[in-house]
Design a protein around this ligand. Structure first.
Ligand SMILES: C[S@@+](CC[C@H](N)C(=O)[O-])C[C@H]1O[C@@H](n2cnc3c(N)ncnc32)[C@H](O)[C@@H]1O
Length: 197
């Protein structure tokens, strides 16, 4: 990664952390990934040449930049969803600053509704929005995933009760290899070993 992009990510991470310490209103918090988690996920995707990544939970685009950088080498694209209309211009501006805006399709709306409209196919999905609706989104997405798809979710260790239904749902998919990576807040990492069906 070029130094200018790494410097921008450090700047955004610092800005997000300071913003979240100041803001009491949850929708105004950025809730960005921890840098190690973002770095880990992007290396996983870049090294395996992912080309069609879906992110659920854009916020101001911090993780989206990491994902767009990850797919850039293989000529891939990222679709990223968030229901918060106020964060959309922030994500748009931050992706432009990163020089990666052309690689990202930003959609605003409820993730479950949007997921139903997407055709895919995706070779990676990253869940980082509300953990409660993630199982319903997973069910809609499974037929839209390519064999070998990666399915990741943050907060596997930080929010055990909220994420339990999602973990049960992903572990119940017979075609899936699953583990929890103890990095940051805990990443649920699943690999779709065969086509679902
Ligand atoms: C943890 S933040 C995402 C952080 C981002 N991935 C990053 O690291 O920069 C979660 C985001 O998901 C969005 N969100 C939560 N529930 C949602 C839903 N049901 N549909 C769409 N977006 C949702 C919130 O507006 C918030 O911006």
């Amino acid at each position: 990664m070029q130094k200018a992009l790494r410097d921008l990510l450090v700047e955004l991470q610092t800005w997000g952390r300071e913003n979240d310490e100041r803001e009491q209103d949850r929708p105004k918090k950025m809730l960005n990934l921890e840098p190690d988690t973002a770095h880990f996920i992007s290396m996983l995707m870049r090294s395996s040449q992912r080309k069609a990544v879906l992110e659920i939970g854009t916020s101001n685009g911090y993780s989206t930049i990491w994902l767009a950088w990850a797919v850039s080498a293989a000529g891939g694209r990222v679709t990223s969803l968030d229901r918060n209309r106020d964060k959309h211009p922030l994500a748009d501006a931050n992706l432009r600053r990163a020089g990666l805006r052309d690689l990202v399709d930003l959609r605003v709306g409820d993730a479950t509704e949007l997921v139903g409209t997407l055709t895919g196919p995706f070779d990676a999905v990253f869940f980082d929005a509300d953990r409660i609706s993630a199982p319903a989104q997973l069910k809609l997405l499974l037929p839209k995933l390519l064999p070998g798809a990666l399915i990741l979710a943050d907060n596997a260790l930080s929010h055990p009760e909220e994420i339990a239904p999602y973990l049960a749902a992903i572990q119940a998919v017979p075609e899936v290899e699953h583990m929890i990576v103890p990095i940051g807040k805990g990443v649920s990492l699943a690999y779709l070993d065969n086509p679902v069906g």
